[in-house]
Write a protein that binds this ligand. Sequence first.
Ligand SMILES: Nc1ncnc2c1ncn2[C@@H]1O[C@H](COP(=O)(O)OP(=O)(O)OP(=O)(O)O)[C@@H](O)[C@H]1O
Ligand SMILES: CCCCCCCCCCCCC/C=C/[C@@H](O)[C@H](CO)NC(=O)CCCCC
Ligand SMILES: [Ca+2]
Length: 537
Amino acid sequence: MEQPAGGRRPRLVSSLALGQRAWEVTLEWERGLLSWRDPQPPRGNCFVPASEIIAVEETEIEKQCSSGKWQKMAKPHAFTVYYVKRAQKHRWQCNEVTFWCVDEQLCNQWIQALKELLELQKSRPKQLLVYINPYGGKQQGKRIYEQKVAPLFSLASISTDVVITEHANHAKDNLFEVNIYKYDGIVCVGGDGMFSEVMHGLIGRIQKDSGIDQNNPKAPLVQCNIRIGIIPAGSTDCVCYATVGVTDPVTSALHIIVGDSQPLDVSSIHHNNTFLKYSVSLLGYGFYGDILKDSEKKRWMGTIRYDFSGFKTFLSHHYYEGTVSFLPAKHTLGSPRDKKRCRTGCYICRQSKQQPEEQQKNYGLEHNGDDWKVIKGKFLAINAVNMSCACPRSPKGLSPAAHLADGSIDLILVRKCSRFNFLRYLVRHTNQDDQFDFTFVEVYRIKKFQFTSKHLEDSDSGVKDVGKKRFGQFCRDHPACCCNLSNSIWNCDGETLDSSAIEVRVHCQLMKLFARGIEENSNDEAIYNQSTVEQLL
Ligand SMILES: Nc1ncnc2c1ncn2[C@@H]1O[C@H](COP(=O)(O)OP(=O)(O)OP(=O)(O)O)[C@@H](O)[C@H]1O
Ligand SMILES: CCCCCCCCCCCCC/C=C/[C@@H](O)[C@H](CO)NC(=O)CCCCC
Ligand SMILES: [Ca+2]
């Protein structure tokens, strides 16, 4: 073993066996790096940063070594290191490597040193509160948690309190009752709806404990430092996909274990000084609202309900008249037309970190009325997204350059156009072409917006059209024109809103997830990946 240099913790270097060959194993305290090198050609070399070690355990390998010539050797002592391995397409796996030697003291020294290194990883959760929706997605939430996630949490010595929900809002209500402060994080097993429920419970609880009235649309909300982890088991799992890059329960569990932290913008939605909901992914009126309205009746179909309702809604081709007023985001660095995407360690999001404090300082100082832009029109869709909304159906999302934590919303207005053009727009959700490069599509990066449907404007201003009411939904004068005299509804992260007139405001980095954003070219650049490291050295 090497001697201490300048009072620093010594590097631990030993010759340990891996399989049947001796490897040079090194633990560098300063760099927090475990590596093992095969001294014989072809000289394989592997690195694992301490931040990606999941656990270290003493291992019994007597049985493995009880055949052939090894039988005559002294009893081997072994330990196994479990660590993150990057696989294809942002997927993480739990890999393991077992080292052994005949010197019991040396083996214990290694176990002790690695455990101490793990203790230094301060952002890792020790105690989690887990909510499982047994009915989300393909109704596999409980099985996914028990078979894929719980064993990893237990390996990483994380203790859990698990609640299997019995009804909608069970998790939300529970979060107002339990002592949330004893947990290092909340985990939800389910889809976007389940995540939304847990988020509402947690943000609502923090505001309540801080004496903030959520009904006040101007209230500066208190940031929520208890992280939420999402184990995807829903139908769309957009929040998971857009913050991790894949919907895979093991990958998400590993991001929780290593204690990742990804701040997230949250929009608050009000109507007439009444709080309606928070949104983190899609707030959509028209097309996405109508899909949701139709698909809720088809929950029994499971995850394919969205495909059926999507097709039906596309064919119906309804547009809606209304007024959108919005406050452009003046001081943000990016634009929705950027080619550069929000990725792990995003510069734009880091620069926006100061915003929460700034927002607090400016609380009460209203923006100049002239800054607001007003657009009246006929829209097939109004989509306000806080993040890209990438999901397996649309791998780059509805606004590919949107940021997770820059304190802005991308507002996408799709004006009335032909069915064919709308189809061209939708197809671009799924391929590499620019979905904003159409004359009927506009996109703005904004801080706040309001929407009122023409329907409501007319009734507010006292315009009464008995015909409209009596003949219901469709335009009496132009049956083929697809204009819809009734309102659409707002799809708020997959849940419906009770009002079509809304006021929306974004709260920069209001909450945090156990995630790190999507890693840039994760597998190509996986420098810690066993197979690729060899080529680097
Ligand atoms: N035990 C339960 N019984 C019925 N509904 C529940 C229960 N637990 C949670 N819910 C509700 O079910 C709704 C949908 O759940 P979830 O988001 O997990 O699945 P999903 O709708 O299939 O997926 P996605 O939201 O990704 O499309 C949530 O809004 C949640 O409030
Ligand atoms: C001919 C090819 C056309 C293909 C078009 C595919 C378009 C897919 C875009 C999907 C965008 C999802 C945005 C995320 C919304 C979530 O907050 C929400 C809750 O889970 N999901 C839906 O509302 C469910 C929305 C489902 C829409 C189908
Ligand atoms: Ca954002």
